[in-house]
Design a protein around this ligand. Structure first.
Ligand code: SF4
Length: 351
């Protein structure tokens, strides 16, 4: 193990902060021993704040229409091979009801940036779910909207919002997104969400095309400074109908190491072991939990539309019923000494 890297890891464990150059040094000098040490420290913090609990969030992917054209994304606007769907308000509410019956107390309403769903329509859906299930926490993941819109959803009862920043480097952002998309606007949205009072989730892709270890270090520094309540990271996985079709996907090891570092940077953070991690390795989600993650997000969308929500190729769990998915995840977590719990699972210390 590189001794300087080991010293930096010890420093991070105590101070929860490093310079961007120091993060880069860690990333560039990781070996198996350093990764094991980082995962061990990450699990100490995970256990301290969350015990052996893994929180579940029921994911409802309600539309794969999107006005944007992010270069890496399988449901980008210009992908003419993408079979599109939208769920009706009633179907979304039915999915939430089914999730509630299965024990879910948090759902994530996720979709492309699809303005067919107006603010009024979204507020009606949120209010309907909340009026049937007061204890259900609603998370939105519907991209960039105005601060006024975010406020309306909050007033209707939504309390969490996921908006990955994708990369903390504006230059790399420009390479991954079309010219009309703005890194500054994305950062502004994140700031607005926090100001309104949402538990706010950011996140980034690991080893996206053109990303350097310094770029990744910038992401870690951003997490340290912005302190999102949740942080969703996953390896870049190519999609055959995008300009990045032939790019290499991100690796399991770099993603796991980043998960451990994030847990050490912000011990209280809610950290999902994402579906993308489970896609690049059959045990990816278990390894993610052992690297410091504490959230998994089973799919509650109707099974007939799941195969259409393919942001990347070979996505797992597209055919299983929600109950089946939950049972499978439960036993996977038990096999590594953790248990899934159904309570809403706020970020430790959030009030
Ligand atoms: S990454 Fe999100 S915003 Fe970009 S094209 Fe895909 S769904 Fe739309």
């Amino acid at each position: 193990m590189d001794l300087k890297a080991k010293d930096l890891l010890e420093k991070l464990k105590i101070e929860h902060s490093l310079s961007t150059d120091e993060y880069e040094y860690l990333l560039a000098n990781r070996d198996e021993e350093l990764m094991d040490l980082a995962a061990g420290y990450a699990r100490e913090f995970q256990k301290q704040h969350y015990g052996n609990k893994v929180y579940i969030r029921g994911l409802i992917e309600f539309t794969n229409f999107c006005r944007n054209d992010c270069i890496y994304c399988g449901i980008r606007r210009d992908n003419m091979n993408c079979e599109r769907y939208r769920l009706s308000a009633q179907t979304i509410i039915d999915c939430a009801n089914q999730g509630y019956e299965l024990g879910f107390r948090t759902i994530v309403l996720q979709g492309g940036e699809d303005y067919t769903y107006s603010d009024d329509m979204l507020c009606d859906i949120i209010s309907a779910i909340k009026s049937s299930h007061e204890d259900m926490v609603i998370t939105l993941s519907i991209g960039e909207r105005s601060k006024e819109s975010y406020q309306k959803y909050y007033d209707a009862g939504a309390r969490r919002y996921l908006l990955r920043h994708e990369t903390a480097n504006p230059e790399l952002y420009r390479k991954l997104h079309p010219a009309e998309m703005s890194w500054h606007n994305r950062m502004e949205c994140l700031k607005n969400l926090k100001e309104i009072g949402y538990q706010t989730g950011a996140g980034f892709m690991v080893e996206s095309p053109g990303q350097t270890s310094y770029d990744l270090a910038m992401d870690l520094k951003f997490i340290e400074e912005f302190k999102p309540d949740m942080c969703g990271i996953g390896p870049f996985i190519s999609h055959k109908d995008t300009p990045f079709a032939n790019e290499n996907s991100g690796t399991l090891d770099t993603t796991l190491f980043c998960l451990s570092l994030i847990r050490m940077i912000y011990p209280e953070v809610l950290l999902p072991a994402t579906t993308a991690l489970g896609t690049i390795n059959p045990k990816g989600r278990e390894l993610g939990i052992l690297a410091g993650a504490n959230v998994v997000m089973p799919n509650l969308s109707p099974t007939d539309v799941r195969r259409m929500y393919t942001l990347y190729d070979n996505k797992i769990c597209t055919g299983e019923e929600a109950a089946e998915c939950l049972g499978c995840l439960g036993s996977r977590m038990e096999s590594i000494g953790y248990k899934i719990v159904t309570d809403p699972g706020n970020r430790a210390g959030f009030n």
